[in-house]
Ligand binder design. Structure first.
Ligand code: FES
Length: 104
């Protein structure tokens, strides 16, 4: 396969960790992570990152559907290759303690 570096730039990603939080919202109240608080979890984790001044070390990213809607809220953590399922607001402190605060 021929590389197509002429039309894009490739560089090493600058963050030590990236957490994707499914915030997918389905119409007609179908089961989805945002109905279980995806945006609340994402916003809370982002606030913690900002409060801890860790924006240069970790990104909290909004994700679309991860295909496990009945197990939401779903999060993926990289480069740890961790998939967190069935998270709710009560999990925010544990997620922060495990994946955000150690980067201080
Ligand atoms: S809506 Fe989150 S996994 Fe499908």
């Amino acid at each position: 396969m021929k590389a197509c570096y002429q039309i894009m730039q490739i560089k090493e990603q600058p963050y030590k960790r990236i957490i994707f939080v499914c915030c997918n919202q389905r119409e007609n109240n179908r089961e989805c992570c945002n109905n279980s608080g995806g945006n609340i979890i994402r916003d809370s984790l982002k606030r913690i990152v900002k409060e801890q001044n860790l924006k240069d070390k970790i990104r909290i990213c909004k994700s679309g559907c991860m295909g496990e809607c009945d197990l939401g809220v779903n999060l993926m953590v990289f480069p740890d290759n961790i998939w967190i399922k069935d998270a709710d607001e009560s999990a925010i402190d544990e997620i922060a303690a495990t994946y955000i605060l150690p980067l201080r």
